[in-house]
Design a binder for this molecule. Structure first.
Ligand code: PSU
Ligand code: MN
Length: 316
């Protein structure tokens, strides 16, 4: 069977295997944020702290990366260190997955790449920082993250702090609507904007209660409506940046990217690094705070899924 063949590429860590055997909920985590989204050593420290938060909440974290020709579901401390430190991990989206797996090289999975691997491993909840989206200027550049197409077809919930204002958030939401991807929010009505709480756009449905979130998502999948769900939650107030500041920085970063002729998969890491440099690291503190908050929201959802699964007779 095709799925069994695909699963033969997986390497589950011992804690992940144990959690699955015990019926403890799993939460997937991506690795592009470690290898390309944050500098060393904050990236590795944050990855470990995020894993600890998920464990403390009663779920098992499963950070996903490609190592030695296998899709690793759950990483050891040494593997996290390797990814965060080596500087040679490929950024792996759907397109890149076969190349990096077949070569046996090191790969850090994006939202799209992580969704594919999480689905193969049977993990339904995935926590990240922000999703990729439709870039500003996309009508000319055609730069639309493969994350959106993955959300259209792969049945995993992506918990995030919205999308960055380096993107065209209005067009990103339009694209998701076209592809039938529901955008849920919790803690506020509007879709979040990563460094800032409010994107200025409403999410489709606000559901603060994890049990209600789980019911919504389970209903979608029960109906055979395959595909992802976005769950947006805003960066905690105390860590949020000012909208005017981030807007000004975004314009500068976009101009710099254009001047340097940055294109393709290099665009997002370039913009992130540029904004970080221009804020003297304050944007990094915001980034870390929002990922940790997302981890708490994701863990609560995974627990609610597990409870609902049991009471409904083990739907999975
Ligand atoms: N947004 C962030 N931080 C990130 C990314 C996005 O705030 O690290 C990463 C995620 O892995 C996301 C990817 O899936 O960038 C999107 O890249 P692209 O735009 O090339 O599809
Ligand atoms: Mn792109």
């Amino acid at each position: 069977m095709v799925v069994d063949l695909a699963r033969s590429w997986l390497a589950l860590s011992t804690p992940v295997t144990a959690a699955q055997a015990a019926g403890r909920p799993l939460v997937a985590l991506e690795s592009t944020i470690i290898a390309h989204g944050m500098p060393y050593p904050e990236n590795v420290r944050t990855a470990r702290e995020v894993e600890a938060l998920i464990r403390d909440a009663g779920a098992e974290p499963a950070t996903i990366a490609l190592i030695g020709g296998r899709i690793h579901i759950g990483l050891s401390d040494d593997e996290l260190e390797l990814l965060g430190r080596s500087g040679r991990a490929h950024k792996v989206s759907r397109r890149d997955l076969p190349a990096v797996l077949a070569s046996g090289e090191l790969g850090a999975t994006t939202v799209a790449g992580t969704m594919i691997c999480a689905a193969l491993a049977g993990i339904e909840v995935f926590v990240t920082g922000g999703i990729g989206g439709v870039h500003r200027g996309a009508p000319q550049s055609f730069d639309i993250s493969a994350d959106l197409q993955e959300l259209a077809k792969t049945s995993v919930v992506v918990v995030c702090a919205g999308a960055k204002s380096i993107l065209d958030i209005g067009l990103t939401l339009e694209y998701l609507e076209t592809h039938g991807v529901p955008v849920l929010s919790c803690e506020q009505d509007n879709f979040a904007a990563f460094y800032t709480r409010d994107s200025g756009f409403r999410a489709d449905f606000r559901l603060d209660d994890p049990a209600a979130q789980a019911r919504f998502i389970r209903t979608k999948w029960d109906l055979g409506l395959a595909g992802g769900v976005v769950l947006s939650t805003p960066v905690p107030e105390a860590a949020a940046m000012r909208r005017e500041e981030i807007d000004a920085l975004t314009h500068q970063a976009l101009a710099e990217a254009a001047a340097q002729g940055i294109t393709g998969k290099a665009v997002t890491p370039f913009l992130l690094a540029h904004i970080k440099a221009m804020t003297g690291g304050r944007s990094l503190a915001t980034n870390i705070a929002l990922v940790k908050h997302n981890a708490e929201v994701g863990a609560r959802l995974a627990l609610a899924f597990a409870r609902a699964g049991r009471s409904a007779g083990g739907a999975a």
